[in-house]
Design a protein. Structure first.
Length: 93
């Protein structure tokens, strides 16, 4: 035999005046809008195009910052030197 919980009923339904999500996003100080803004900033800082990365590398090279000494960096430098050597030989012929 199961027991049924008593329901509290009121003659008038209670309507909470809660702002919609779009209204929350419109307010610059709300939690929702701050959360969305932070997510956008995080995405912007993470993703850089290949062009931007190459430009930063050139600027670092010009400014005299030390190069990275990792295996991947060494491999990339080796491949670039090989590619430049191939281009020079093809230009000479």
């Amino acid at each position: 035999m199961s027991r049924i919980k008593k329901k509290r009923t009121s003659p008038k339904p209670i309507f909470l005046d809660v702002p919609r999500r779009s209204e929350k996003l419109a307010d610059p100080d709300s939690y929702e809008s701050r959360k969305r803004r932070n997510l956008e900033q995080k995405k912007k800082s993470k993703s850089k195009s290949v062009y931007e990365k190459a430009r930063e590398a050139e600027k670092a090279k010009e400014s005299g910052q030390p190069q990275r000494n990792t295996p991947l960096a060494e491999k990339i430098r080796r491949l670039k030197k090989a590619e430049e050597a191939r281009q020079k030989t093809s230009d000479e012929e």
